[in-house]
Ligand binder design. Structure first.
Ligand SMILES: Nc1ncnc2c1ncn2[C@@H]1O[C@H](COP(=O)(O)OP(=O)(O)OP(=O)(O)O)[C@@H](O)[C@H]1O
Ligand SMILES: Cc1ncc(CO)c(N)n1
Ligand SMILES: [Mg+2]
Length: 525
């Protein structure tokens, strides 16, 4: 059984904070067992930077020292097996390691000794990057380690992350040229014993996207990312595996960990695409870009998106506020008081200055209540007031562009009327979709409705959580939630809250209708 299967990956978070014997805070901890890269783009150096950037502590057991630069690998000095064992003992006997990540393991005896150490000191998850050949084509481990991988290390792994050449080597040298080849390779490698497999497509020829294939033992997931045109891709593989390890150590389950890792690599490449380090063909990238770019800054107060936030989604409308003589801050304050779980500012007429000022004031209110605030359409306003994200329509800025401007941590929602739009939203990196208009509404002109049947069809096609919108009120919200589709997480409303005299009382009424409908659905299922 794999290391994490014994305790269950999803239980990480609860355990991570209580394990330390001493009082105080134990950071998530990744141990990397890998080789040193003197050029510092890959290997141990990449692992430490990647884990640090994602907020995990990284200890290091060095298996080999390489003389390496942007031209290639000039030399390899293997650390004696006994001394690798001693390093492992030093770290594992003293520190509470959550996740072990392996990189360059230069000999079969080191592979076998590592497996013995992991049996003596079990950890919660094992991430195996089966480093054999770098993208530059240099051989980093002798083919004799393949037997050690197949027989001992892979059966203990929670995930193994071969690139195309490594996947081919693990399977006896078969050729891998297409996504279909990658899928069948992932399935075959799974039979060697790892709990899950990620075949990385960074080196797949003739692809517009950087596509990786994840196989969890049952299903395939195709992970797409924009292919960044740059020479600085040295160390992408090490970084991806370390990011997965860091996310697992922080408490994530596997698929979200991989998605976060892929987003990190894509953003790092994008940020570093023009940096020049070294004279050779393949340069390192900047793992610490988040320190330099506010756009990618992970240290902001961003609200971590939880699909349940979509339960009662209040969307403001300046005309209604004017009609009832309320300020926007009073309107959202009342909605939050009544139980709104997320707010969107939809200001189609406001001047930019006024919009930024009121959005900043709303942000303060929302943050103090732990309720996320999104801005409709205006990425610039969302950035200016450090909102939690944006909601865009099909004719607003494309989701992929909004994602690269806002960075990986902001929430992006997109309005979808068709299954194709819903699928695209997922591939482009949105967090949720808004589906509608479900019923006719006066808030939005010329808005064809999809009805409850259309809503259901789109929910079933969507891999993202869905919030229903359009003509929803206390009278029909029960029917909407009563459709019982699992990824329908809530309803978004405008006039049924804000075109009323008492916003907080209306919000409360709607909340109780939604609660009743969801408990009725739960009872039925
Ligand atoms: N140019 C690129 N743009 C975007 N993503 C990329 C690019 N190149 C690689 N990736 C992504 O980086 C990750 C690592 O994949 P890759 O196939 O390059 O691994 P690797 O060959 O083991 O890396 P290396 O040997 O350079 O450390 C994958 O998620 C892949 O899709
Ligand atoms: C030390 C080391 N580990 C892994 C890789 C794979 O990129 C590399 N080039 N060097
Ligand atoms: Mg590569």
């Amino acid at each position: 059984m794999s290391a994490a299967a014994a305790v269950g990956c999803s239980g990480f978070k609860a355990m991570a904070t209580v394990r330390s014997g001493r009082s105080g805070h134990k950071p998530p901890h990744v141990l990397t067992v890998a080789g040193s890269d003197s050029g510092a783009g890959a290997g141990i150096q990449a692992d430490m930077k990647a884990c640090g950037a994602l907020g995990a502590y990284c200890s290091t057991v060095i298996t080999a020292v390489t003389a390496q630069n942007t031209v290639g690998v000039q030399g390899v000095h293997v650390v004696p097996e006994d001394f690798v064992a001693e390093q492992l003992r030093s770290v594992l006997s003293d520190m509470d390691v959550d996740v072990v990540k392996t990189g360059m393991l230069p000999s079969i005896s080191i592979v076998k000794m590592l497996c013995r150490s992991l049996k003596e000191f079990p950890v919660r998850a094992l991430v195996v990057d089966p480093v054999m050949v770098s993208t530059s084509g240099d051989v980093l481990a002798s083919p004799t380690i393949l037997a050690g991988f197949r027989e001992e290390l892979l059966p203990m792994a929670d995930i193994v992350t071969p690139n195309l050449k490594e996947a081919s080597a693990l399977l006896g040298g078969i050729s891998l040229k297409t996504i279909a080849d990658m899928q069948s390779a992932a399935k075959s490698i799974h039979t060697l014993g790892p709990r899950t497999v990620l075949v990385k497509g960074g080196d797949l020829p003739d692809t517009m996207d950087a596509v990786d294939i994840f196989f969890d033992g049952k299903e395939f997931h195709e992970l797409h990312g924009e292919r960044i045109s740059t020479r600085n891709t040295h160390g992408t593989g090490c970084t991806l595996a370390s990011c997965i390890a860091a996310e697992l150590a922080k408490g994530s389950s596997m698929l979200p960990a991989i998605q976060a890792a892929k987003t990190f690599v894509g953003n790092a490449l994008r940020y570093s695409k023009d940096i020049v380090i070294g004279r050779g063909p393949q340069g390192p990238f900047d793992h610490l870009f988040q320190l330099k770019s506010h756009i990618f800054n992970l240290n902001s107060n961003d609200h971590h998106f939880n699909p349940d936030d979509l339960f009662l989604y209040a969307v403001t409308d300046s005309r209604m506020n004017k009609k009832w003589g309320r300020s926007i801050t009073n309107a959202i304050g009342a909605a939050i008081e009544g139980g709104a779980t997320i707010i969107q500012l939809r200001e189609k007429e406001a001047h930019t200055r006024e919009f930024v000022e009121s959005a900043t004031a709303c942000m303060e209110i929302c943050r103090s209540h732990g309720v996320p605030l999104l801005i409709n359409d205006r990425i610039d306003v969302a950035l200016a007031c450090d909102a939690d994200g944006v909601h865009v329509g099909q004719s607003d800025m494309p989701v992929s562009m909004a994602r690269s401007l806002l960075g990986p941590n902001k929430i992006i929602g997109v309005s979808c009327k068709t299954p194709i739009q819903a699928q695209k939203a997922y591939l482009d990196g949105a967090n949720y979709i808004g589906c509608g208009g479900v019923f006719p509404t006066t808030t939005k002109e010329n808005n064809p409705t999809v009805g409850l049947d259309g809503l259901k069809t789109i929910c079933l096609a969507s891999k993202l959580p869905v919030v229903a919108i359009g003509g929803i009120s206390v009278g029909n919200a029960g029917d909407v939630m009563g459709t019982g589709v699992p990824n329908l997480k809530g309803v978004a409303v405008v006039s049924s809250l804000f075109d009323r005299e008492c916003v907080s009382a209306e919000t409360q009424r709607l909340r109780s209708v939604l609660m009743d409908a969801t408990s009725a659905v739960k009872e039925l299922s």
